[in-house]
Design a protein around this ligand. Structure first.
Ligand code: ZN
Ligand code: ZN
Length: 276
């Protein structure tokens, strides 16, 4: 049964010397996002849409201190992804990777190290290969990310994919072969159109550069599903225009072919997800 992750307190500080592959959501939704990815002894945080006090508490729940972060990555400049980056980057000292377009859109960038990347080229962070994936979304130069490393000699891939208006061929190609995946399933289209948002905002969310509807997300998952897709976190779920029961019903068929499928919540994110 599809259920929100329990968000139970982590018992121990994570062992960064381990070669484990895992990921976790610090929280996911329009009020703030952050996704931890650990591979090859590196710990990176994708996005920080939380205040420094809040992100410290969310990291602590997963047994992480800010000083353990090796890198911050930013998908795009929208505040639910980037508002907490400057304060966290200054606090933890880790470099911040982002596309040139996102860097230009960020206003507050003094006092921490920016490492802009070409959004069409992979780069490396401590032996982890990072592939930026260009997505259709109404930001300056938005990219999502695919991470590749090896675990005991076997290739392992984690994908993070939120904030895209529609599924492109390029996106489907880039996310093939993931062992772990955090993906957006933002809204139910009927709930959105019948809901109380202003018409312009509804058109923006449903538009080609807005967010993925449940049905689109399901099509994407169907297109990238394979027998070793071990764990899927469904995130960036609208609290206004979606509901966990609907997602559960919609994903019922495909969830049988994914090892585990659960929801990353706004309040608690998820527990650590271990990839074997
Ligand atoms: Zn967002
Ligand atoms: Zn966005």
């Amino acid at each position: 049964m599809l259920a929100p992750s329990s968000g139970a307190p982590a018992q121990m500080r994570i062992n960064l010397g381990s070669s484990g592959v895992r990921f976790a959501s610090l929280g996911s939704g329009s009020r703030g996002n952050g996704t931890l990815v650990q591979m090859n002894g590196q710990l990176v945080l994708v996005d920080c849409g939380f205040t420094l006090k809040d992100v410290r508490a969310r990291l602590a729940r997963l047994g992480v201190e800010p000083g353990q972060l090796d890198a911050l990555l930013v998908t795009h400049e929208h505040s639910d992804h980037a508002r907490g980056i400057p304060a966290l980057a200054r606090h933890c000292g880790a470099p911040t990777y982002l596309s040139y377009g996102t860097a230009r859109a960020l206003r507050d960038w003094d006092g921490f190290e920016l490492r802009p990347f070409d959004s069409h080229s992979s780069f490396e962070i401590g032996g982890v290969n990072v592939t930026p994936v260009s997505v259709p979304h109404d930001a300056r130069e938005p990219t999502q990310f695919v991470f590749d490393a090896t675990l005991a000699g076997a290739p392992r891939r984690i994908g993070v994919l939120t904030d895209l208006g529609h599924v492109t061929r390029h996106v489907v190609d880039c996310y093939q072969g993931c062992h772990g995946l955090l993906m957006e399933s933002n809204h139910d289209l009927d709930m959105l159109w019948r809901g109380r948002y202003p018409a312009a905002l509804k058109r923006r969310i449903a538009g080609m550069q807005g967010h993925l509807a449940n049905a689109q997300a399901l099509e994407f998952l169907d297109a990238v599903c394979h027998e070793d897709l071990q764990h899927v976190l469904v995130g960036h779920i609208s609290e206004e225009n979606n509901c966990p029961r609907l997602i559960g019903e919609l994903y019922q068929d495909v969830s049988a072919s994914v090892g585990n499928l659960e929801l990353a919540t706004q309040a608690l994110g998820s527990d650590w997800v271990e990839i074997t």
